[in-house]
Design a protein around this ligand. Structure first.
Ligand code: ATP
Length: 492
């Protein structure tokens, strides 16, 4: 049985040690927006780097992209977001709390507390809903809901000097559409050939209705998405390939296999354009331990590129209607759509087609939370509690901490020299304050894999102690060999 960590313990460690803070805290905070502190930004950057390394750098068939957050509004018409991207919500008439209908639970023998913390898996915009037996997650009343109503998830902003001649734009709710919009650019400017992928990491924004559970579901978040373009007919093979590759990525970075699983979507919960979709789920510590989506891998067929071909044909109508998306209908698909501007010509097979797309779509903040939760550990050492984060070295915000045992006899100078040398290769932290035991504990809590201590013996034989975070074992290493020893252990 895997350990269940309390989310509260993680939240308080994150604040205490400078991983994650509530946004705008000095003004009372801004709901469901978070800031990453000095250790948090290092951790999150490392998660992004590890994703980029596995998905782009180590492969010959994936290239990168960084598209803008603000895009032409027709993109969102073509993608379906402008019309359909809404959650159904219902308001409890007793306490006025609004909740996503797909997050409501039936009255069963489960406790109200579990309802509060549960975050459901499906996002459904279904037809008639019977809410008569549903429980309000806030006050526990049963069947006290208003009729469900749609709640638009896209944030709007305006571009232009004044109200009269400015236009409504949307903060992107996913990074994927920037990739589809650049498909032809990438084809024309590089030598990629199908099968190939375009990858991107960037901010996305959703005006989420329910936003509990720390950084699990926030209104501003970062996504890491890959659109992998392949020939129709090979899509199922690539779907399996990416499912496995993405699952193994989490394991390789140290997530406990017991806390990870696949959940294949049933046909009735598949998005209309998806041929198949699987969630990679992690057992987050909400309620009594709950499986939640970490990443989705979907076979999106040729839907998006075909939709954008329709969007491109709608441009005139967009001008005629002064950019009012509500007045615009997407143009029908052209008869010869397979040969359209977003098609691909296979030079060897001498055939033109719209590629199919396999999309692994991960959340950087959500996986950062999973890595934090999974790494968190508490143990008792000689009657004292020791908190530690057992991060994989690749993810650890600080790789090595360097201490002089005492602030005299030239020990600080030697320690500074070691730190200055190692800094060229990875993130180091120098600390000379307080008892060395306390310094070790602080680094355990920050997840630092190794601590180096310069002591009396260093002055005699030029060796230092290297302490391992997890085992707390200490070995002596000569200062000449330190750099190589650590680089090998840290894999950096
Ligand atoms: P959910 O059902 O949890 O709302 P989703 O199925 O709508 O998620 P996708 O649109 O598939 O999510 O987005 C892909 C990934 O982006 C998710 O697996 C998740 O890791 C991340 N993500 C989506 N919405 C949020 C959010 N509000 N906060 C943090 N991460 C998010």
């Amino acid at each position: 049985m895997a350990k269940i960590t309390k989310l509260d313990d993680i939240v308080s460690l994150c604040k205490r040690r400078g991983f994650i803070f509530q946004s705008s805290e000095i003004y009372g905070g801004l709901a469901s927006c978070y800031d990453y502190g000095p250790l948090g930004v290092e951790l999150k950057n490392n998660v992004k780097k590890a994703w980029w390394k596995a998905v782009v750098q180590m492969r010959d068939d994936v290239v990168g992209l960084d598209s803008s957050i603000l895009m032409h509004p027709l993109i969102w018409k073509a993608s379906g977001h402008a019309d359909k991207f809404a959650d159904l919500i219902a308001e409890c008439k007793k306490c006025n709390t609004r909740t996503r209908v797909d997050h409501l639970k039936e009255k069963t023998n489960q406790s109200a507390e579990e309802h509060t913390e549960h975050i459901a898996i499906n996002s459904a915009i279904a037809g008639a809903q019977d809410l008569s037996n549903k429980v309000c997650p806030n006050c526990g009343s049963v069947g006290t809901f208003t009729e469900p109503m749609p709640f638009k998830l896209m944030f709007e902003t305006r571009m232009g000097a004044n109200i009269d001649d400015s236009m409504t734009l949307y903060l992107r709710p996913e990074t994927a559409q920037g990739i589809f919009a650049n498909f032809a650019n990438v084809l024309d400017s590089t030598r990629v050939k199908i099968p190939f992928g375009i990858a991107q990491i960037g901010k996305s924004f959703r005006n989420e209705v329910t936003t509990k559970a720390f950084i699990f579901r926030t209104r501003e978040f970062e996504q890491a998405e890959l659109e992998f373009f392949c020939e129709p007919g090979t899509d199922e093979k690539w779907y399996e390939h990416w499912k496995e590759a993405r699952f193994n990525w989490y394991i390789d970075l140290g997530l406990n296999k017991q806390n990870l699983r696949f959940r294949e979507h049933d046909t009735n919960e598949l998005a209309h354009y998806a041929k198949s979709c699987v969630d990679i789920e992690y057992r987050f510590p909400f309620g009594s331990g709950d499986w939640q989506e970490l990443e989705g891998v979907a076979n999106r067929t040729d839907y998006d590129l075909r939709q954008h071909q329709r969007g491109m044909r709608t441009l005139n109508s967009w001008y005629e209607n002064n950019g009012d998306l509500t007045k615009i209908e997407l143009k029908e698909e052209a008869d010869n759509y397979e040969k359209g501007p977003l098609s691909y010509f296979d030079n060897e097979k001498k055939k033109r087609y719209i590629p199919y797309v396999i999309e692994p779509s991960a959340g950087i903040d959500r996986s950062t939370l999973a890595f934090l939760v999974d790494a968190y550990d508490e143990e008792e050492v000689r009657g004292e509690k020791r908190n530690l984060l057992k991060f994989h070295p690749v993810l650890a915000p600080v790789k090595v901490a360097i201490f002089p045992l005492v602030k005299r006899d030239g020990m600080p100078d030697i320690a500074h020299n070691i730190a200055n040398d190692l800094k060229k290769y990875f993130n180091c932290f120098y600390d000379e304050k307080g008892a060395v035991g306390r310094r070790y504990r602080r680094q355990d809590e920050a997840g630092t894999p190794f601590c180096i201590t310069v002591d009396g013996q260093t002055l005699e034989d030029k060796t230092v102690t290297v302490r391992d975070r997890d085992s707390m074992d200490q070995i002596r290493i000569s200062t000449d060999q330190l750099r190589n020893h650590l680089r090998e252990k840290l894999d950096v």
